[in-house]
Design a binder for this molecule. Structure first.
Ligand code: NAD
Length: 481
């Protein structure tokens, strides 16, 4: 197994490392320093990658499932064998603390291995004297995977694993904010897959639209914001591409009166602030039963105070900077509108909330009891800022939790299994957790309701999304028709 070096960063097209005439560079959000140059792909690069993928598609589809699965496992092992280098690069480009970056590399490898255990055997639906009817799942064709900047390696691992196990080639497009690890994962993959099966293109804002519009692409799996998801779907509609959309969320957590306050408050705060709140399934609205509200809030603020904000390369940092200037300014704008509206703001850290002298650092902000109509309740901030509200009756909190155009995740926190079940089954979300949040795994379907997405990724349902369904309808000799 050969290792990849993290000094130069190139596209991978048809099994080869390819440079581009134009280049750009990412920014380390902790220090505002330029990172190495990365390719800016042209339309010719897109054409070359799609051509190579189409050439590779037929033979890759005939590689037996077991071998496809084995190669995905080999890639996972190779990723783990370079865990430190990937984690270091991930911290530099994304900002998350080194321990969290190492966790992301291990998680991505775990997802690849878990996905490699999935398979889609043929189903015999009818078998009698007259006929035999079988349902098969055949590869959908050339796939494109477009990913965001919050979990650049994990989101790539989902799409890559599912496409390859299902028998498809895939062209990956990392976010322009975090292109580095994605380029290296695909470079590493070349030793396990034939040319054209796994490719990667880095680029500017033109690249995504070129890929989604290309008639040689059969399926697009997109993870990102709802706003962009709508554009992706419109573009894919022109050639009736298959589309999976994994979009934003505004997840509510409903905390009931009977919880162990200090333990649950610390867990809920961590699940709201992990990765500086830049998690699609972070807790983004907290509803606490009024009988424990004050005590719960106090325990949560005490837990947040212990979460050090700083450069991900410093071992003491629990929260890194937010990933980019656009996100930093978006949160600052939200914070100012909260102040203008006169809402109650608590900042557990003594330092200034915003200071971008050396990086995009934001100290956590808790907004207490804002109105349900306020921006902080209605919008997905995608940063270390969240509201904590009071509730009194189950009926009322369920209605308020569901009063969102998003429906990605939700959670209920209680020691009563009956109350948990009663509330959980009424929440409108793709995943409802009980006494936890944000947990996803390779064998379990993951997707959003409402404007949080279309279709699912992961699990058997996720694998089926990378296939076309084919019916084989066989008349038996001697049948009447
Ligand atoms: P984004 O929509 O701005 O960008 C996502 C990707 O789409 C990037 O690679 C970007 O370059 C590309 N892109 C931009 N315009 C495009 C276009 N017109 N056509 C094709 N591609 C285009 O999202 P972001 O800011 O990178 O990510 C944050 C959002 O992603 C949040 O809303 C978050 O909740 C969501 N997210 C969802 C999941 C999930 O699984 N549901 C996971 C992670 C993040």
């Amino acid at each position: 197994m050969s290792r990849v070096a993290f000094d130069t960063f190139q596209n991978v097209i048809d099994g080869k490392l390819v440079s581009t005439t134009n280049t750009r560079h990412g920014i380390n959000p902790a220090r505002l320093e330029e990172l190495p140059s990365v390719p800016v792909s042209s339309q010719d690069d897109v054409q070359a990658a799609v051509n190579a993928a189409r050439r590779a598609a037929t033979s890759w589809a005939t590689v037996p499932l077991q071998e496809r699965q084995q190669r995905v496992v080999q890639l996972a092992d190779a990723l783990v064998s370079q865990k430190e280098e990937f984690a270091n690069m991930l911290t530099l480009e994304q900002g998350k603390p080194l321990s969290a970056a190492a966790g992301e590399v291990a998680t991505a490898a775990g997802f690849l291995k878990g996905i490699a255990k999935l398979g889609l055997p043929d189903t015999i639906v009818v078998d009698n004297e007259e006929q035999r009817i079988t349902t098969r799942y055949v590869p959908v064709g050339v796939c494109v995977g477009i990913v965001p900047w919050n979990f650049p390696i994990t989101t790539i691992s989902f799409k890559l694993g599912l496409a390859l196990v299902a028998g498809n080639p895939i062209v990956l497009k990392p976010s322009p904010f975090t292109p580095y690890c994605g380029l290296k994962v695909v470079e590493l993959a070349q030793q396990f897959f034939p040319p054209g099966v796994v490719q990667v293109l880095s680029g500017d804002d033109n690249l995504g639209p070129w890929l989604t519009a290309h008639p040689g692409v059969d399926k697009v799996s997109f993870t990102g914001s709802a706003q962009t998801g709508i554009k992706v779907m419109k573009s894919c509609a022109a050639t009736l591409k298959r589309v999976t959309l994994e979009l934003g969320g505004n997840d509510p957590a409903v905390v009931c009166a009977d919880v162990d306050i200090s333990t649950v408050a610390a867990k809920v705060a961590t699940l709201a602030l992990y990765n500086s709140g830049q998690v699609c399934v972070a807790i983004k609205r907290i509803y606490v039963h009024s009988s424990i509200y004050d005590e719960f809030l106090e325990a949560m603020l005490a837990a947040i105070k212990k979460m050090a904000v700083g450069d991900g390369l410093d071992s003491g940092s629990f929260l890194g900077p937010v990933q980019n200037k656009m996100q930093y300014e978006k949160i600052m704008n939200l914070f100012h509108s909260i102040q203008e509206d006169g809402l109650n703001v608590t900042t557990p850290h003594p330092e200034k909330t915003f200071s971008n002298k050396s990086g995009y650092y934001i100290n956590p902000v808790v907004v207490t009891n804002p109105p349900d109509t306020s921006r902080i309740v209605q919008e997905e901030p995608f940063g270390p800022i969240f509201p904590v509200m009071k509730w009194d009756t189950e009926e009322e909190v369920i209605q308020r939790a569901n009063d969102s155009r998003d429906g990605l995740g939700a959670s209920v926190w209680t020691n009563s299994p009956t109350q948990a079940d009663r509330i959980a089954t009424q929440l409108q979300a793709g995943t409802v957790w009980i006494n936890t949040h944000s947990q996803i795994q390779p064998d379990v379907a993951f997707g959003g309701h409402k404007q949080s997405g279309i279709g699912t990724e992961l699990g058997i349902e996720g694998l089926k999304a990378y296939c076309n369904v084919q019916t084989i309808h066989q008349k038996k000799s001697g049948s009447k028709l």
